[in-house]
Design a protein around this ligand. Structure first.
Ligand code: NAD
Length: 476
């Protein structure tokens, strides 16, 4: 596939390509141009040329284009989901959820377009003021590989509705579904140049987006380290940043919880998308009164998960997205074994055998008795490995949950309202779920505290963040 700039397909300025391979089989699916800073400059020119007429369109017309695109995505959701599974590895049923989720995001923003308004302020004899919302201008969107479709929705939905134009860079291992969705948006009526997709590496294309002086706002989702680099690159420019970074979400299960429901919550919370989700359950704290039974039940469920090629029926967990990703996970688990930092209850190594050897599969893993300083607790484990920690009471659960430099999400599993209130008030995270984990519908603001990032995506907050107020003061 070629990249899409100003409504046209392009190869890269220097003719180089990136291979896109199926992480379950190693088979080449397609290739995309390895873009350059020149391609970013060309995309910014296209976004600049499209900006004035796009922002002058009535907001309801922009909303109708998003709505129409959502309809086309729903019609084609199986084909898009198949492409997503091929490049990312996740089971088809998860890919279908993600693609429908993208349509849901566009529908949400199309829906609120009817309510988008400004404000009139009457100041008495001093005059009257009219406050309107204007788009920020040309925005940059940098997407990771773990949930490329949903994250593209979080960035394009509010930015486009608010009247901005975009230069978007997908991750190098998962560019195909983003390119396909951009083509659908154009088919739905998005004018050429409003959304430009430049494929290529982070160091070349990503950095050029962050550095380009005409790009007024950059929304980045990815690793904390990359987030730090982006902050440095953007410093000294008056550029607005949204940084959606890593997480190490705690899940607290109290002794009054519905154990079976919590076991299913931990299973989905950790092993969905092979554990490669920013708000996955990454540390599980279980009250000591129920720890044994909880651990036994969870282990049975973890061992029942069927890993394999996401396109095959009945698969619960696909491969990791890349060889490097599997090496990182293996390295962290091997360190635990070597240093005696925990007990592997199940898993703890790559999945091998004729169906797995060509892919990047890793066994679903549970680790107990984890030492406090272990990297399993201090770093983000972006894969199917769950440390389970026994706690004597709520105080220790909250204290340990907060022993993290991250602050993306957290959940508490309980039937007690006072417990809920304490966790909500005291645990540092952008979202606290009760008897649930992971779910992020389009209506709610999403983003982290501490090293998990700055800014919020999703919901009406995101729409505001892609706009600036401009005031007309009428001194009669
Ligand atoms: P990554 O930082 O390696 O890459 C993310 C994107 O940034 C890719 O498109 C990459 O090409 C680009 N990039 C890399 N270096 C760059 C640079 N120097 N300048 C500009 N762009 C650059 O992250 P990843 O491995 O793709 O994603 C996994 C991480 O994303 C995890 O830490 C996960 O928790 C996080 N994540 C966070 C959220 C959230 O909303 N908070 C959601 C999903 C994933």
């Amino acid at each position: 596939m070629q990249m899409r700039i100003g409504g046209n397909n392009f190869e890269s300025a220097d003719g180089r390509w990136i291979d896109v391979k199926n992480p379950a089989t190693g088979v080449l699916i397609d290739r995309v141009p390895s873009g350059t800073p020149d391609d970013v400059a060309r995309a910014v020119d296209a976004a600049d040329a499209a900006l004035v007429s796009w922002k002058k369109k009535p907001v309801r017309e922009r909303g109708m284009i998003l709505f129409h695109a959502a309809g086309l995505v729903r019609e084609q959701h199986r084909d898009i989901a198949r492409l997503l599974t091929l490049e990312q590895g996740k089971p088809l049923k998860e890919a279908i959820d993600e693609v429908r989720g993208f349509a849901g995001i566009l529908e949400y923003y199309a829906g609120i377009s009817a309510h988008s308004s400004g404000e009139a302020i009457r100041l008495g004899p001093a005059g009257d003021c009219l406050v309107v919302h204007e788009p920020v201008g040309i925005c940059g969107a940098i997407i990771p590989w773990n949930m490329p479709v949903i994250i593209m929705g979080w960035k394009t939905g509010p930015a486009l509705l608010a009247g901005n134009t975009l230069v978007l860079k997908p991750a190098s291992t998962t560019p195909l579904s983003c390119l396909k969705l951009a083509a659908i948006l154009e088919k739905a009526g998005l004018p050429a140049g409003v959304l430009n997709v430049v494929t290529g590496s982070g160091e070349s294309v990503g950095a050029a987006i962050v550095r380009h002086p005409l790009i007024r706002k950059v929304s980045f989702t990815g690793d904390c380290m990359t987030g730090r680099k982006i902050r440095e690159m953007a410093s000294g420019q008056s550029k607005d940043l949204i940084l959606e970074l890593g997480g190490s979400d705690p899940m607290i299960v109290m002794d009054d919880a519905d154990i079976d429901k919590a076991v299913e919550g931990a299973l989905r919370g950790r092993f969905y998308n092979a554990g490669q989700t920013c708000t996955a359950v990454k540390r599980l704290y279980v009250h000591e009164k129920i720890a044994d039974i909880f651990q036994k039940k969870l282990r049975v469920r973890v061992e029942s998960l069927k890993a394999g090629n996401g396109l095959e029926p009945g698969i619960d967990m696909g491969p990791l997205n890349s060889a490097g990703q599997r090496e990182r996970i293996s390295g962290m688990v091997n360190e635990v074994t070597k240093n005696g930092e925990g007990t592997i209850l199940t898993g703890g190594c790559p999945l091998t055998g004729p169906s797995y050897d060509a892919g990047h599969f890793y066994r679903p893993t549970l680790v107990s008795d984890v030492s406090p300083g272990s990297r399993l607790l201090t770093d983000e484990i972006f894969g199917p490995v769950l440390p389970v920690i026994t706690v004597p009471d709520l105080d220790s659960a909250i204290r340990e949950a907060n022993q993290s430099r991250y602050g993306l999400g957290a959940s508490v599993w309980t039937t007690n309202l006072a417990t809920t209130k304490r966790v909500f008030d005291e645990v540092h995270a952008g979202i606290i779920w009760v008897n649930r984990h992971l779910t992020v519908p389009p209506e709610i603001p999403f983003g982290g505290m501490n090293e998990s990032g700055i800014g919020r995506e999703n919901g009406s907050h995101a729409l505001e963040s892609y706009s600036r107020t401009k005031t007309l003061f009428l001194g009669w």
